[in-house]
Design a protein around this ligand. Sequence first.
Ligand SMILES: Nc1nc2c(ncn2[C@@H]2O[C@H](COP(=O)(O)OP(=O)(O)OP(=O)(O)O)[C@@H](O)[C@H]2O)c(=O)[nH]1
Ligand SMILES: [Mg+2]
Length: 214
Amino acid sequence: MSIINYASREIQFKIVYYGPALCGKTTNLAYIHERISPANRGDLVSLATAADRTLFFDFLPINAVVIKGFVTKFQLYTVPGQVIYNATRQLVLRSVDGIVFVADSQWEKMEENVESFRNLEENLAQQNLSINEIPYVLQYNKRDLNNIAPTNYLEFLLNNRKKRVQSFEVISSTGQNVFASLNAVSQMLLHKFSKQSDAPASTTPSPVAIPATL
Ligand SMILES: Nc1nc2c(ncn2[C@@H]2O[C@H](COP(=O)(O)OP(=O)(O)OP(=O)(O)O)[C@@H](O)[C@H]2O)c(=O)[nH]1
Ligand SMILES: [Mg+2]
């Protein structure tokens, strides 16, 4: 649930990067952290094992646009993808506003992708939420590798609901479409906020300032 502070005119949204182990969630946050100027972001906080597997979560706060006089902040989190850390995923998902589901495009990861999506739905259900109520986008990551499934197969597996969502072909290690997917989900959140608040909807600018060097 977004946090609105009328005194400081700030609104905060929580976006969670979800997906199977080693699909590239932390790599997304590392890239975003590297590309946004320190004036517009906080530190990337990562709690990882020696082998760089996320143990608890990664956290990156970013400042984005001003909308209707509110400074909008996005708090980006990743969950640990390893199956054993489900309790932690449930904690990280608390009060989530938007989700970037990161799928690993490699053929051998299809089952894990589907299982992770199902696990996401189950964990949302525990909060009495349905995936259909939460703005989310899909990332098909690791498009640079050779052994990858075609995107229409990934669409068939993961984007097969009545209401299809936006999906992106991503190479998070080089940054391809990392900001496109973040902006898409942020924009959905801002639209939702615009619709819910009393003031007339304004045009929604690109929520996250994309560095000019991209
Ligand atoms: N070739 C390629 N490798 C990638 C890409 N994205 C991530 N990787 C690599 O995949 C490995 C796992 O990436 P992480 O970002 O740590 O994965 P994660 O989803 O955070 O994993 P957990 O924390 O265990 O859930 C790392 O070695 C990354 O460099 C990509 O687009 N292409
Ligand atoms: Mg990680």
